[in-house]
Write a protein that binds this ligand. Structure first.
Ligand code: NAP
Ligand code: MG
Length: 476
């Protein structure tokens, strides 16, 4: 039976939102030169959270100049051990303020507090701690005896893990002696602005971290600025392509972390209950707004019925609703635009002949929501099997032999992640060796660690973030 749960909301009172936020340039908050603003919403109820400034070309100019000055006069000259102290300090303040940041992230993004509290924030702090530890050991990182910073890094990030993507970008850049200008996504700028306050609190020298809020135009102006030495982008393949074109022919170094259509392969000898949990966290974690989501389930035909029956039972028990409720499993979709894209692709799935299933589930009246959805009878040609949906939608395909599983898993223009479920070690290794994916999880899914490199093949981008590999993208 399914139990009713009484509401258990986390208090919003730990967050003190200002009505409006400026740009963070050279250690201070300032309005945009144009005076333009945008509003960040809470996607769970469409209420306004705060206004943020929209950075234009003049602001980009000022931020890049501040970053250059700080890099050449302070940060690039400082010893690694000193830089490490600042990074450790930032990591500790993030931990101290993690409840506030978790609530704010849930408000601005729509993801469940259970995830921001237990996944995003611990990983953000861990990332800063990890790269703080590298700052004085760069000579031992296998990057030559004296690796040099590149200079000023322009960093553009998406809305699905706002603060975590910030950490992935800023921590290795700072550890290696670069300074940064970072643009958060239009719909989720608020935790980056609290992070700017944390930089002030940590006494980070002005100009080392600059945060420019705004939409795509701000991102474009930043990556195209001739004064940046390095561009790091996480987002869609389409925008990644545009950036690659704009950077081509310049001296800028580039790393791209783009989309994915990860295969989650379940062999007949897998522990079915564990696999079902892994399928659920692979696609329904963070509403499926995960570039490395296990959005294509490949299940061996002999166990397909059993897996699907148990999977549906499990999905029927997921609780969708208030992101701040501690029992919520599935929060809000981040924006009206993303909801529209999910609707369009799921409608295409039905129109092309796949069978759609969702559990009975109460959808709140305001806000952006999408019930967890499973498509069966999916063929490789269907759009739901080929295109990234970036929502809580799983496409199920079957296979008979390991060879077939590998061929189907690799039949995608992407190559970011994959999962393999089997009790047999040799089969696990055989499969992992043949998968063209940057990350292959074995009997688990969507697990992250700052020591482990992450990145893609093919249209999922190039370069690695995390681990020792993540340093390489920031040294010359
Ligand atoms: P997006 O449209 O590519 O946006 C990503 C960031 O780029 C945002 O900050 C966006 O600004 C900015 N931007 C938009 N147009 C730009 C341009 N012409 N020049 C420079 N910057 C520009 O992607 P999204 O829809 O927000 O994010 C979802 C996508 O990100 C998915 O495809 C997902 O797979 C991918 N993703 C990949 C990874 C990874 O590690 N590989 C991680 C997370 C997400 P605004 O949004 O403010 O307009
Ligand atoms: Mg928002």
């Amino acid at each position: 039976m399914i139990f009713e749960y009484a509401p258990a909301p986390e208090s919003r009172s730990v967050v003190t939102l200002r009505e409006s936020y400026g740009l963070f340039i050279d250690g201070e908050f300032a309005p945009a030169a144009s005076g333009e603003n945008l509003t960040s919403l809470n996607p769970a109820d469409e209420t306004k959270l705060a206004q943020v400034a929209v950075a234009g070309p003049e602001d980009v100019e000022r931020a890049v100049a501040a970053a250059r000055r700080a890099q050449e006069t302070v940060w690039g000259r400082m010893s690694g051990a000193e830089r490490g102290k600042y990074l450790f300090r930032i990591a500790r303040i993030v931990q101290e303020r993690s409840r506030e940041l978790a609530v704010l992230e849930s408000l601005d993004n729509g993801k469940p507090i259970k995830e921001t509290r237990d996944v995003d924030l611990p990983l953000v702090a861990a990332h800063f701690f990890y790269y703080a530890g590298w700052a004085d050991k760069l000579a031992h990182a296998g990057l030559g005896p004296d690796p040099k910073p590149l200079g000023v890094a322009a960093q553009v990030i998406p809305w699905n893990f706002p603060l975590l993507m910030l950490a992935w970008k800023i921590a290795p850049a700072l550890a290696t002696g670069n300074t940064v200008v970072l643009k958060p996504a239009e719909t989720t700028p608020l935790t980056a602005l609290v992070f700017a306050e944390i930089c002030q609190e940590a006494d980070l020298p002005p100009g080392v971290v600059n945060i420019l809020t705004g939409a795509g135009d701000t991102g474009r102006a930043l990556v195209e600025h001739p004064g940046v030495d390095k561009v790091a982008f996480t987002g869609s393949t389409e925008v990644g392509r545009q950036i690659a074109r704009s950077v081509a022919g310049t001296d800028k170094r580039l790393t791209l972390e783009l989309g994915g259509k990860g295969a989650n392969i379940v062999y007949e000898d897998a522990a079915i209950d564990q696999a079902v949990e892994g399928i659920v966290s692979g696609i329904f974690f963070n509403q499926g707004h995960v570039c490395c989501a296990g959005s294509r389930l490949l299940v061996q035909e002999s166990v397909a019925d059993e897996v699907l029956t148990r999977l549906k039972e499990r999905v029927a028990r997921l609780r969708l609703g208030d992101p701040l409720d501690k029992n919520t499993d599935i929060g809000a979709i981040n924006s009206a635009a993303q909801l529209e894209r999910i609707r369009e692709l799921t409608e295409a799935g039905e129109a092309e002949g796949a069978q759609r299933w969702s559990p009975a589930c109460d959808i709140p009246e305001s806000g952006y929501w999408f019930a967890p959805t499973i498509f069966t009878g999916v063929s490789q040609a269907h759009r739901v099997a080929r295109e990234e949906i970036f929502g809580p939608v799983l496409s199920v395909l079957t296979f008979r032999t390991p060879d077939e599983a590998v061929v189907k898993a690799n039949n995608t223009p992407y190559g970011l992640s994959a999962g393999v479920w089997t009790e047999k070690g040799s089969r696990m290794l055989w499969t992992a060796e043949r998968l063209r994916a940057g990350v292959v999880w074995s009997n688990t899914f969507n697990k992250f660690d700052p020591t482990s490199p992450f990145g893609g093949y093919k249209e999922s981008g190039y370069g690695r973030e995390g681990g020792r590999h993540g340093l390489e993208a920031y040294v010359g």
